[in-house]
Design a binder for this molecule. Structure first.
Ligand SMILES: Nc1ncnc2c1ncn2[C@@H]1O[C@H](COP(=O)(O)OP(=O)(O)OP(=O)(O)O)[C@@H](O)[C@H]1O
Ligand SMILES: [Mg+2]
Length: 183
């Protein structure tokens, strides 16, 4: 089995930035890829999935935490199943909603609160860890732990530098000073 690989951390300076990294992943997903999203309430997991949906060229619809439905499917270049494990209390409940079939189906999946029942997820998954920095900034770090997720991370890493270059140029009159980060 491929060894575990951790990406460096990336700062996400806005919700749009989070969505654009999600979109980049959506563009390079292959059938069977599993995205495991980990992070506190409001860390940006759903924002990230909104980007994935857009990167898969699914028709633009409202992407919300599937908190009440637990699961929602989007039809794009590949079908995406978006799952939220937050409200599930036991592995039995997770099984009852058909979680294992999600990974057996054709298509790709994105699971919020993936750390609640990690043993119910395929071991070869790309973990996306989102953390709060300030009220409008987050950080993200990727971990691949299998052959499939390694190659997904490699495809993503190839295009991430392009994304970093898409930063808007400083406005005229911007002295270039930035507030110090709290952390
Ligand atoms: N850099 C950022 N990236 C993502 N979201 C941000 C960022 N800055 C601010 N936000 C805001 O934080 C909130 C993130 O909400 P989102 O629903 O994506 O989080 P979540 O991790 O899915 O939460 P939950 O655990 O409740 O499902 C949104 O209101 C979004 O506008
Ligand atoms: Mg959410």
């Amino acid at each position: 089995m491929a060894r575990r690989a951790d990406s460096p951390g990336f700062v996400l300076t806005s919700r749009r930035k989070t969505e654009s990294i999600g979109k980049a992943i959506g563009k390079v997903l292959h059938e069977g890829d599993v995205i495991a999203l980990i992070g506190d309430l409001g860390a940006g997991k759903t924002a990230f999935v909104r980007g994935i949906v857009s990167g898969l060229d699914a028709p633009p619809t409202l992407v919300a935490s599937p908190t009440f439905m637990l699961m929602h499917q989007y039809q794009g270049r590949l079908p995406l199943t978006h799952v939220d494990l937050y409200r599930l209390k036991s592995p039995e409940e997770a099984e009852a909603i058909g979680l294992s079939e999600v990974f057996a189906d054709k298509g790709v999946s994105a699971v919020e609160w993936a750390d609640r029942f990690p043993h119910l997820l395929p071991s070869d998954r790309l973990e996306v860890r989102l953390s709060h920095r300030t009220s409008t900034t987050r950080s993200v770090q990727f971990t691949a732990q299998g052959t499939r997720s390694h190659s997904l991370l490699a495809r993503l890493t190839r295009i991430l530098p392009l994304l970093q270059k898409q930063r808007p140029s400083p406005r005229i009159g911007d002295s270039g000073k930035r507030k110090a980060s709290h952390r």
